[in-house]
Design a protein around this ligand. Structure first.
Ligand SMILES: CC[C@H](C(=O)O)C(=O)SCCNC(=O)CCNC(=O)[C@H](O)C(C)(C)COP(=O)(O)OP(=O)(O)OC[C@H]1O[C@@H](n2cnc3c(N)ncnc32)[C@H](O)[C@@H]1OP(=O)(O)O
Length: 248
């Protein structure tokens, strides 16, 4: 089994982040594999909808792999890593087929950014979420705050980002970040209400959704977000926070 698994069946393309021993943290290989899987799905006529989830019962995704990315010290190197994943999430945000994050467990940091790049977010009931980057002295850096401003009203979005606080699925529902709380069985039933329709119907409605967004402006905002994150990456606050996690 690889670090990212793709299973296409029943008209559904399931992408599973498969590093449960690291709470499905994102490293360079995961970034490349996620990109590859999206390219495969785009060409498959038997995949009407994309579901991204995490392996195991503990986490959807715990964000960037701190044991790998803590070796990045300079703004230039941080920018390079951030841009690599930001380009994958930009592809995910503008993916021509509907995309759903099935939050099977904890989704924090970059894990919330992946979820935000999906059209819809469905959560199991006892999960923890959080744009916790601020507690590490950085901002989102993969496009997450840019996309959150597109998904929520700006006042809700800015509070989630600036507080860097964890929140649960019910709070996610209240803020409009989470659309439904389902266990796996109910989630799979819910998904079939969409896959009953031809892929052309789903892709046409997805295009209606995408036409609401100014594509060049969003990419410019993602690059600005990356500049902010990579500048903060060099601060002592960031390196000390990451070191505390590594040394825990
Ligand atoms: C632009 C995005 C940005 C970036 O890339 O820099 C970010 O994503 S910043 C945010 C980075 N993520 C975090 O700070 C979260 C760190 N992890 C945790 O807070 C917890 O692990 C949690 C809440 C996700 C799960 O807690 P739980 O108690 O269930 O598990 P453990 O903490 O015991 O972790 C189990 C095992 O996984 C390793 N782990 C977990 N998260 C990460 C991670 N993000 N990077 C690397 N490794 C991670 C943890 O070290 C444990 O490994 P072990 O070898 O068993 O000690």
């Amino acid at each position: 089994m690889g670090k990212v698994e793709l299973r296409i069946e029943n008209d559904q393309a399931w992408i599973t982040l498969n590093r449960p021993e690291k709470r499905n943290a994102i490293d360079y290989e995961v970034i490349d594999l996620l990109n590859e899987k999206l390219d495969v799905i785009q060409t498959r006529s038997d995949a009407k909808i994309v579901i991204i989830t995490g392996a195991g019962n503990d986490a959807f995704c715990s964000g960037g792999d701190l044991s790998v990315f803590h070796q990045i010290h300079t703004k230039t190197d941080a920018r390079e890593m951030l841009l690599k994943m930001a380009n994958v999430l930009y592809k995910l945000f503008f993916f021509p087929k509907p995309t759903v994050a099935y939050l099977n467990g904890t989704a924090v940091g970059g894990g919330c950014e992946i979820a935000t790049a999906c059209d819809l977010r469905i959560a199991e009931k006892n999960i923890k979420l959080g744009f916790i980057q601020g507690k590490l002295g950085i901002t989102t850096g993969w496009g997450g705050s840019t996309y959150l401003m597109e998904r929520l009203n700006n006042q809700e979005a800015i509070q989630l980002l600036m507080s860097a606080n964890p929140f649960d699925a019910n709070e996610g529902i209240k803020k409009g970040f989470i659309q439904n709380i389902y266990d796996r069985e109910n989630f799979e039933q819910w998904i079939t209400t969409f896959t009953r329709q031809p892929v052309g119907v789903l892709m046409a409605y997805k295009q209606r959704l995408l036409s609401q967004h100014d594509r060049p402006k969003l990419y410019k905002h993602v690059l600005e977000e990356i500049e902010d994150c990579s500048t903060l990456w060099e601060t002592p606050e960031h390196h000390e926070a990451v070191q505390r996690f590594i040394n825990k």
